[in-house]
Structure formats: structure tokens, C-alpha cells
Design a protein around this ligand. Structure first.
Ligand code: FES
Length: 104
């Protein structure tokens, strides 16, 4: 398992998500593919419903992987509906751990 994304939800539960090989996926897409529900509303980078703080692994993330953000977030934050793992990281197959803490 090369890339592991640990997402802590608002209740403190930690979900472990791994990309399934498809490249053009957001973190929410990946979570759904594994039957994990994360908060979202617009799914197009225009609200804060899916926003989270990246505790670890920001360097492995493409913050606008599937769509262009329509709002600004603070440094260290990502919109998980449009943020995904960088193609270069997926291609390399290195052991990588990413940790995100959801705000909602
Ligand atoms: S769900 Fe609105 S920005 Fe992600």
C-alpha cells in the first residue's frame, strides 16, 4: 500500500483511505469508493464544507487536482472535494502517509 491517507472526522474517528490507482480523483472521490462518508456540499471548490487541515504530507497533495478552487483557504488547509494526490506520487509508488483533520 504505497499511499495512505488518514482522515480524522469531526467526531475524532480516523478513516484510512488508499488511492485505487485511478488518477483523476479527489480525496472525497477516493473515500466514497471505499464507502467512507466525508462532509461536502458543492463539490466544486466553492464552499468550506469539505475543508480540512493537513497535519502531514501537504507536499504530496495537489490542492486543485480535479477542479479549480473558487474560494481561498488558509495555508495548510485543503478542500478535499478537489484536492487529490499528485500524479508524480501515485506513479512513483513510494510509501507515503498523509494526515488530514476535517473541520466539519
Ligand atoms: S464541498 Fe464545497 S468546496 Fe468542497
Amino acid at each position: 500500500m504505497a499511499v495512505v491517507i488518514k482522515v480524522k472526522d469531526i467526531d475524532g474517528k480516523v478513516h484510512t483511505i488508499s488511492p485505487n490507482g485511478e488518477k483523476n480523483q479527489s480525496i472525497i472521490d477516493m473515500a466514497e469508493a471505499q464507502d467512507i462518508e466525508l462532509p461536502y456540499s458543492c463539490r466544486s471548490g466553492a464552499c468550506f464544507s469539505c475543508c480540512g487541515w493537513v497535519n502531514k504530507g501537504m507536499e504530496y497533495l495537489d490542492t486543485e487536482k480535479t477542479w479549480e478552487a473558487l474560494i481561498d483557504v488558509e495555508p495548510g488547509e485543503v478542500l478535499t472535494c478537489i484536492c487529490g494526490v499528485k500524479d508524480s506520487v501515485l506513479e512513483k509508488g513510494d510509501e507515503v502517509e498523509i494526515e488530514i483533520e476535517m473541520f466539519n
